[in-house]
Design a protein around this ligand. Structure first.
Ligand code: C2E
Ligand code: CA
Ligand code: CA
Length: 747
């Protein structure tokens, strides 16, 4: 017979046995009470076995172990277990060999359950009362006292008391294990760890590390029964479907247990039903080498019902956790789940080739606003479904923002062309074809250096780039992008601290009347000198201040400084000196802006008509209604308004006409070309004419030489600012500057 046939033959026998067996505990077993006789007199051995041979207690007969000296007894005791009673001769090799042996049994070998009956040949020789108590000696008899009936009753009562001690100890251990495991089980949030604790508790109870255990899970009655934990000989079956198990007995017992929702206890094995209130069913199969005793059965019953109560709790925990990790709209994992997943991936030393892609649906906000949120939700679900259909089995998907999805998977699968191609076909929403497009940012995680939050940030950077360039629809993150951004972040922090530490200051660039050379005013320009003495140009840090919001505070500070400086200059007798201050868009849009202007004027005492606020042409084009309102308020305060960098934007002239402004500032890019033979001076000329016809003053900035000044004057522009006259000057220098005569062009 082949091995295979052999084992299936075994199973048949096993199965037959199972079918015959009453699914209650079988109490009948082949065990005997083991009695050990220790005596140096062989006659005592034979007399005792003979006297006790017919004794049956609780359906069990007796079996005997024999030792003829204390030394031999010790050897036997090392290897034998479950000895119920020891009949021990006190005097053997030595006078007190017996008592010494008792000491060893109780204290060295820690055998507490075995009952000991001392026997001695000499009447009158008795051990101390203390010894009897300390060593937990059951009885003390002279050999002559041990007649057959006496021996019968003594041994019977010793066996009874051994049995009681054993059951009490077993129950105590069972109770200990059950309470301890409950405490651990109830706090689990993961089925894997839960089943590990269950298995360990059974191992602890039976004291068999290799005990055969299988734990099963069935999503719903009739569904596949899966193995979720295994121990002992079953270990190799882990995570298989039970149908793959070739053990028909296990299959049948577990199925019965799951269907009937009850425990099945047979001679050598038990199927324990762990299902409670949930739809998902769980069961445990425990296979023993020895018989299941009454106490074992009791333990398994109590233990399993305890486990199922804990299991309910754990399943609830898992559900709550899943809830915390799931996007309720699409049922995809959410951002939190993605973060956990990335944590795990980035924690690996040798990472597989993995790409993280963020997919952002183009113009989703517009669609959502135009067609309603309900429609938007349906759209998102449709996108989720399409991504799921294509990637669910190969990658990890998540929805991490309102219209942003993520995919994590192998580099060859998470490819932008593939993802983009999923958007080629329209999405059918409420019987309507909707054409969508998406933009993708990607980062390769294989040798990525940062942590999870960096990875997500960097993918976002790539996504923003992709949105900006609008060509390919996707961008892979490169380290350069990160360096740039991090440099900006570094600069942002440095700017903040520079502002706090007074490393920022304002310089003033004179504005001059071209023909007379008289200084009519100055433009306030912000400067940043680092602790190392390096100047950082405002073109670099102003955008960062705007981005971080610091510009509000910073702009207010410049405005106040300039107003106070204006008052200082006026006090020196330059009574019509005008101060120009740049106002950034963020400042202009801020609700506190008008108050900030009012306060600066009030606190410094600067005459509002000598304060000129420069706003850029692009700002003037943003929100016409708001712009108009704010400008009118400023006019009410009494300040002047200039449009800076004029000519670089696309102002409509009719619109410009309606704005309550005072001055246009010709951008320096036109000034630098004004005398170039190849380029025409038509734009500056046009701007100057425009100002004349609208009744606005005009000033040219970036005037670098005499020829430019001369040309501007000839076109009708009377005011200029530029290096030809002066670089921006520090406070002390501007006062000095006022006293020296400037370059003039006499017309
Ligand atoms: P802007 O308002 O157009 O300021 C004029 C810029 O031209 C200044 O550069 C000035 O130093 C420079 N400039 C003056 N004359 C000449 C010249 O003859 N040739 C050349 N090539 N350049 C000349 P700066 O100080 O580097 O400021 C750059 C920009 O930073 C400013 O452009 C303005 O937009 C912004 N900015 C500076 N200070 C402030 C501020 O306090 N608040 C705000 N919101 N923006 C400021
Ligand atoms: Ca300016
Ligand atoms: Ca300018």
């Amino acid at each position: 017979m082949s091995d295979n046939e052999h084992s299936s033959q075994d199973e048949l026998v096993f199965l037959e046995e199972l079918e015959k067996s009453d699914p209650q505990v079988k109490q009948e077993d082949n065990l005997t009470w083991r009695i050990m006789i220790i005596d140096d007199d062989p006659d005592v051995h034979s007399a005792t076995t003979f006297a006790l041979s017919s004794l049956v207690i609780q359906n069990r007969s007796l079996s005997f172990l024999h030792a003829y000296s204390a030394v031999q007894a010790k050897e036997i005791l090392k290897n034998e277990t479950d000895i119920a009673v020891i009949l021990l001769d006190v005097v053997m090799e030595q006078e007190d060999a017996g008592l010494q042996l008792v000491n060893i049994i109780r204290n060295e070998m820690s055998l507490a359950e075995v009952r000991i009956i001392l026997r001695t040949g000499q009447p009158g020789y008795a051990p101390e009362i203390d010894a009897i108590r300390d060593f937990d000696i059951n009885d003390y008899k002279t050999k002559s006292e041990l007649t057959r009936t006496k021996l019968f009753t003594t041994v019977t009562s010793a066996i009874r008391s051994y049995d009681q001690i054993c059951s009490i100890n077993t129950l105590r251990r069972a109770a200990d294990i059950t309470t301890r495991s409950s405490r651990e089980l109830i706090s689990q949030t993961n089925l894997h760890e839960f089943s590990a604790i269950v298995i360990q508790s059974i191992i602890d109870y039976f004291n068999q590390p290799n005990i055969n255990i299988l734990m099963f899970k069935q999503e719903e009655l009739g569904e596949a029964i899966n193995i979720i934990a295994a121990n002992g000989q079953f270990s190799h079956m882990l995570s298989s479907n039970i149908k793959h198990t070739d053990n028909a007995v296990i299959l049948k017992t577990i199925e019965t247990s799951l269907i009937d929702q009850k425990n099945i206890l047979a001679e050598h094995y038990a199927a324990l039903n762990l299902s409670n209130t949930t739809q998902t069913r769980f069961a445990l199969f425990v296979g023993l080498n020895n018989n299941i005793s009454v106490q074992d059965a009791r333990f398994l019953e109590v233990f399993s019902s305890n486990v199922s109560v804990c299991l309910d709790n754990v399943l609830l925990n898992i559900r709550l956790r899943n809830h915390a990790f799931t996007d309720p709209l699409t049922n995809l994992p959410n951002r939190l789940k993605l973060l956990h997943m990335l944590d795990q991936i980035l924690a690996q030393k040798n990472r597989p080739q993995t790409t993280l892609a963020l997919i952002d649906i183009d113009h989703f906000a517009e669609t959502n606003n135009a067609l309603g949120h309900q429609f938007g939700d349906l759209l998102l679900c449709a996108v989720a479904e399409r991504l799921r259909h294509h990637f669910e089995h190969s990658c990890k998907l998540a929805r991490i923002g309102s219209d942003t999805f993520s995919i994590v998977g192998h580099n060859d699968i998470v490819r932008p062309e593939i993802i983009l191609s999923l958007f080629y076909a329209p999405f059918l929403i409420e019987n309507q074809d909707v054409q969508l497009s998406a933009t993708i940012g990607l980062v390769k995680l294989d040798d990525y250096q940062g942590d999870t939050s960096d990875a997500l940030k960097d993918t976002n950077i790539a996504l923003k780039r992709a949105k900006k360039q609008q060509r390919t629809g996707y961008v892979y993150f490169t380290n350069n992008m990160g360096v740039e951004i991090r440099e900006r972040v570094r600069l942002m922090r440095a700017l903040n601290s520079a502002f706090q530490k007074n490393h920022l200051f304002v310089v003033y660039q004179p504005q001059v009347d071209i023909s007379s050379g008289r200084t009519v005013g100055a433009e306030a320009l912000l400067r940043w000198k680092t602790a190392e003495g390096k100047f950082i140009p405002p073109d670099q840090f102003i955008p960062i201040a705007e981005y971080s919001g610091l510009i509000i505070e910073l702009g207010d500070w410049v405005l106040r400084n300039s107003c106070f400086e204006l008052v200082n200059i006026l006090k020196k007798g330059y009574s019509d000196f005008k101060m120009s201050v740049n106002v950034s868009q963020a400042q202009f849009l801020h609700p506190e802006f008008l108050n900030s202007v009012r306060r600066a004027i009030q606190d410094s005492g600067a005459p509002p008509h000598l304060l000129d606020l420069e706003i850029t042409e692009s700002m003037a084009m943003e929100d016409p209604i708001f712009l108009m309102e704010t400008l009118h308020h400023l006019k009410k305060i009494g300040v002047k308004i200039s449009i800076d960098d004029f000519g670089t934007g696309f102002s409509s002239l009719s619109y410009l006409q309606k704005l309550p402004i005072d001055q246009l500032k010709i951008d320096r890019s036109f000034v630098s070309q004004i005398v170039d033979a190849n380029s025409s001076a038509s734009i500056p000329k046009m701007i100057i004419q425009l100002c004349q016809s609208l009744g606005l003053t005009v000033i040219a900035e970036g005037v670098e030489d005499f020829k430019q000044a001369e040309a501007l004057l000839s076109f009708g522009c009377k005011l200029a600012q530029g290096y030809y006259y002066s670089r921006p000057l520090e406070t002390s220098k501007i006062h000095e500057w006022m006293t020296i005569p400037a370059k003039r062009i006499d017309s």
